[in-house]
Design a protein around this ligand. Structure first.
Ligand code: PSU
Ligand code: MN
Length: 337
């Protein structure tokens, strides 16, 4: 008890204080770190391949029920390619790594009512016991805590157009600078300033490579951006070797593995998309939308202004990234064993 501890001349630990115990009950404070599902824990224990997946794409990126269908299909693709999927989200204030199908459905139905959760939001969402959809930054944090090195998503955040004056730079980029997880994506959407995004990643010390036969940096809906990565890596084994080297050197920083959208699903009219994006950016400015709301706003506008064809491209590239990311995770687990 408290008295006995005091008599021994020690201060009772924070966790033992009655007030703290009450607060924990009331505010759903997790005991420590993240909660990893049984399937993911089992795979990690034997050094097996695991792929982390984010959840903002489920709640804010697509409408129900396509979001649930896509999430389930992406997990299936990961399994077909020999890896274990670990979707990350905050449920009832607990940071979870690995969701079952019922939990995925719960999240998909919550949709936009879930809190979009990047690094800065995590503590508040946990303290309040809320449902949080993790962005790339928060998913990287959870993945790293669980010791997962490969993470698959659609597109990463970046420097927004006009970011040189608004200072709207996604927390994804600083997270990539400080957390050693490889993020497999289709590059950066042209709703962002791709050139400045790559400059910022360079400053943050983030390795940026393209997957396949070209060092062109892809721009989500299209295979080109007019900018180059540091290199092109042609096989999952090369990517795994890069991740292994990053870990061996203890750099502590993350990397971007950019996978161009499959040719057949790439947007045929980049100029049309560009016009749509410019309209959406202007409308966002007019309505005074800023902070974490601007990315979902522009994505939604682009979706409706392209009559849904962007949704099909989005689903295609996420599945393709899941296939490539899983192959990389498999190659990495062979390399490490
Ligand atoms: N880019 C996309 N689709 C997305 C996102 C970005 O093409 O769904 C989401 C990701 O979860 C990413 C987040 O981490 O938006 C970045 O938000 P912000 O720009 O507010 O940092
Ligand atoms: Mn922002």
């Amino acid at each position: 008890g408290r008295l006995a501890t005091a008599a021994l001349g020690r201060t009772p630990g924070l966790a033992a204080r009655p007030a703290f115990t009450a607060a924990r009950r009331r505010y759903h404070l997790p005991n420590s770190g993240v909660q990893v599902s049984g399937a993911v824990r089992a795979a990690l224990a034997e050094g097996g391949p695991v792929v982390a997946l984010e959840s903002t794409i489920i709640t804010h990126g697509m409408p129900f029920p396509q979001n649930l269908e896509t999430a389930l299909q992406v997990e299936a693709i990961v399994r077909q390619n020999g890896a274990v999927p670990a979707t990350v989200a905050v449920l009832d204030g607990h940071v979870r790594v690995g969701l079952d199908d019922a939990e995925l459905e719960r999240l998909a139905r919550i949709g936009m009512a879930a809190t979009k959760t990047s690094r800065r939001d995590m503590a508040l969402v946990a303290a309040r016991g809320l449902a949080g959809a993790t962005t790339v930054s928060a998913t990287m944090i959870a993945a790293h805590k669980a010791n997962i090195k490969v993470f698959v998503t659609g597109g990463i955040g970046g420097v927004h157009r006009g970011g040189e004056s608004s200072m709207d730079v996604s927390a994804d980029l600083t997270e990539l600078g400080r957390t050693p997880v490889a993020v497999v994506s289709a590059g950066v959407k042209s709703i962002l300033d791709i050139g400045r995004t790559l400059e910022y990643l360079e400053t943050q010390g983030v390795t940026v490579v393209s997957y396949g036969d070209s060092d062109e940096f892809p721009s989500f809906y299209t295979r080109q951006s007019g900018f180059k990565s540091m290199a092109n890596l042609a096989t999952p084994e090369e990517c795994a070797t890069l991740i292994y080297a990053n870990a061996s050197l203890g750099l502590g920083s993350g990397m971007v593995i950019a996978v161009p959208i499959p040719e057949k699903d790439a947007f045929p009219h980049p100029q049309k998309v560009e016009q749509v994006i410019q309209d959406a950016v202007l409308e966002g400015e007019r309505l005074g939308i800023r902070g974490k709301d601007i990315t979902p706003f522009i994505l939604d506008k682009v979706k409706s202004l392209t009559a849904g064809s962007s949704l099909a491209a989005n689903i295609s590239l996420v599945k393709n990234n899941a296939r490539v990311g899983s192959q990389i995770a498999v190659a990495l687990s062979r390399l490490s064993s």
